[in-house]
Design a protein around this ligand. Structure first.
Ligand code: GLA
Length: 670
């Protein structure tokens, strides 16, 4: 009897029919079985409704050609599922078809299953067409060694009735191969195979929107399809432009053709009037100048001074506690976070209430590991408790650091998502500011964690150029520029690349920003006023959040002039949220010169010419470099007032640019 039961159990647990329902095995050929339907389907793209685990897209049991499947994903073309394999998956198996819930011959989908290697090159592993009422396609492909698997489902002309089932779908996985995790679904943004730009974009209803589409292969041809009403494709500049009145989530496609291979990449556009960060946030962070000495008294004096200098009216809204507001190195025994009661004698609620009453917003800091960078207790494993506490305490922003956390990008995504979700559930609108410093390319996946901006650089020091001595602890303005200048296509409304706190005003007085100054290449921290102004200009052009980090209780006239340049701030805060595009990076009279253009909502262009060299240069800027055509002259308005306004046509605008100077112009037809 016992033997019979074992035999019966073996039959039931293998990939066979139990009461005519097909179920996947639990192991196969000695490998673990990882079912596709158990992965996070929210990161898949789906042409209609939302994908379902173990159900058809309409919620019925998955049934193709009369056979019912217990496991699988019900989705819809045009759609895409990207799975990160980490090289240790062995095979992918599935039964592919159109669900019997659709009348025969109506649904028609072309599928392509591709493997992407570590080198980024793709191979087609299986392809074909499925039709409703037609045969089920048996997929059984060798995926060993690939980094990603892509299941691409094209509508094949028309997307009605395309109810695709990826039935009985699973990977066999060798958990002995030392991969960081079993296969899991990743977004298009992360996989970024064909595109080198944002694929999850945002806009506000009725506000002009722009999305510059860039391919990872420089010679690829780009076009778009399915643009919602209100948006137009500018083929010459490869950008989507226009505005959408109605809130909602829209999907359009970027079609990338390269070397005969065509990829159709879905883009999601969320139009909402409640975006958390429609324009880059502006404010002040306590770290550089105060470190662990920050307390209630300094915070309130800072707020009062910010008000006195009119910084609130200029947009510097967020006053943020950085590291070491905490009571202790280890989390209190009751599991709840607590502040340092000596430094914050009236408590956090009093602090935020006072900041709010003065017209500011309040920021707080934590880290995605057990301890913060400075060694206080942090939030890993306590995301919900902490997010709820920050909400109850009245905070409006969380800077979330990554010291002490594992290096793998997927783990970073999990940890940031855990906090992103906790903040969403916290009952308060708390802006989520990621700070993993760039090594895991957060510009590709940060938006999915719930963050609306992410640090792209290591910690900036109050210094111009560290050259080859730069490292994680020491980078200067130039090292920040070298990262930021390549990332513009990943920035946009509600998804900003952050270049770290600005150094203006510090003059070598900071703590961490000038630590170890004797070891700085010139033996001291601090920069010239021209250099501080250049950093401010470039950060504004990059659409980086603008954060001050010096002791603003006393601001010199010279520093105030820089941080209160309303025109420069308006360029940063432009509602189209574009980061400046690097249009030229060449030697001019032996000096390295970078030229940037930033599209503005009213059709003006902001132009920045940055001389990195040690000698002054003459430079002629041609309106054409900012995509401004025709013979009629344009008005060049000098944002820093170096030269009077001037008209210039195709013959160009001549300027002098001093060493380390950034000349900025607003160029318009008016
Ligand atoms: C990291 C961050 C800094 C600052 C410190 C605080 O280094 O990158 O911006 O928050 O931690 O310890």
């Amino acid at each position: 009897m016992k033997r019979l039961l074992i035999a019966l159990f073996a039959v039931l647990s293998s990939s066979v029919v139990a009461q005519n329902v097909i179920t996947p095995p639990t192991t196969e050929e000695g490998f673990k079985v990882i079912e596709l339907s158990k992965m996070d389907l929210s990161k898949t793209t789906c042409g209609w409704s939302t994908p379902k685990a173990n159900k058809s897209i309409e919620g019925h049991p998955i049934t193709i050609a009369g056979k019912t499947y217990a496991s699988g994903v019900g989705t819809h073309a045009t759609g895409r599922i990207n799975v990160k394999l980490n090289g240790s998956a062995m095979r992918f198996k599935a039964q592919l078809g159109i669900d019997d819930e659709v009348v025969p011959n109506k649904g028609n989908v072309k599928y392509t299953i591709k493997g992407i290697g570590e080198n980024g090159l793709s191979s087609v592993l299986a392809e074909g067409t499925i039709v409703s009422g037609g045969l089920t396609q048996n997929i059984d492909v060798d995926v060993n060694g690939y980094k990603y698997l892509i299941i691409d489902l094209d509508e094949n002309g028309e997307n009605s009735y395309d109810h695709v089932d990826v039935a009985n779908a699973y990977f066999t996985w060798d958990d002995d191969e030392g991969a960081a995790s079993p296969p899991y679904i990743v977004s298009n943004d992360e996989i970024g195979v064909a595109l080198a730009c944002a694929t999850a974009v945002f806009s506000q209803p009725g506000v002009r929107f722009m999305h510059k589409i860039r391919a990872s292969q420089p010679n690829a041809l780009i076009s778009v399809s399915n643009l919602p009403k209100g948006l137009k494709w500018n083929a010459e500049r490869c950008l989507v432009d226009g505005s959408i009145k109605k809130e909602g989530v829209y999907t359009y496609y970027a079609i990338v053709e390269n070397d005969g291979e065509v990829q159709k990449m879905p883009i999601t556009l969320t139009v909402s009037k409640d975006l958390q960060q429609p324009v880059p946030f502006m404010g002040w962070l306590s770290w550089n100048v105060w470190e662990e000495a920050i307390d209630e008294k300094i915070m309130l004096e800072t707020a009062n001074a910010a008000k006195r200098y009119g910084l609130d009216k200029l947009g510097y809204q967020y006053l943020c506690l950085d590291d070491w507001w905490h009571c202790c190195k280890e989390r209190p025994a009751d599991g709840f976070p607590d502040w340092d009661h000596a430094k914050f004698p009236n408590g956090m609620r009093y602090l935020t209430d006072t900041l709010h009453a003065l017209g500011f917003k309040a920021g707080i800091y934590s880290d995605a590991a057990a301890h913060t960078c400075a060694g206080a207790f942090a939030s890993y494993g306590y995301e919900k408790v902490d997010a709820k506490a920050y909400a109850d305490w009245g905070f409006d922003l969380l800077k979330y650091d990554y010291c002490g956390a594992p290096p793998a990008a997927e783990e970073a995504q999990r940890r940031y998502t855990a906090m992103g979700n906790a903040l969403k559930e916290s009952g308060r609108n708390i802006l989520f500011y990621m700070c993993e410093w760039g090594p895991r390319e957060p510009w590709k996946w940060g938006a999915e964690t719930g963050a609306t901006c992410w640090r792209c650089t290591y910690d900036s020091r109050d210094y111009w150029d560290w050259g080859s001595k730069a490292n994680g602890g020491h980078i200067g303005v130039i090292q920040g520029v070298d990262v930021m200048k390549h990332l513009w296509a990943y920035s946009g409304v509600n998804r900003f690349n952050d270049a770290d706190m600005m150094m203006v005003g510090l003059h070598g007085t900071g703590r961490s920003s000038s630590y170890d100054a004797a070891n700085y290449p010139t033996g001291r921290a601090g920069m010239t006023q021209e250099e501080y102004q250049s950093q401010f200009s470039l950060w504004a052009m990059y659409a980086s959040p603008l954060t001050l980090s010096f002791d603003i209780r006393n601001i010199s006239d010279d520093d105030l002039r820089i941080i209160s340049n309303k025109e420069m701030i308006a360029i940063n805060q432009d509602r189209m949220g574009q980061a400046a595009e690097l249009v030229s990076d060449t030697l001019v009279s032996g000096q390295q010169v970078e030229v940037y253009v930033k599209d503005l909502e009213n059709g003006d262009m902001a132009v920045a010419v940055f001389n990195r060299g040690a000698e002054p240069i003459h430079y002629t800027f041609f309106p054409e470099q900012a995509y401004l055509k025709g013979n009629k002259p344009y008005r060049f308005h000098d944002v820093w007032g170096v030269s009077p306004d001037k008209m210039a046509g195709p013959e160009g605008y001549d300027m002098q640019v001093l060493p380390h100077q950034t000349r900025v112009f607003r160029v318009s037809r008016k």
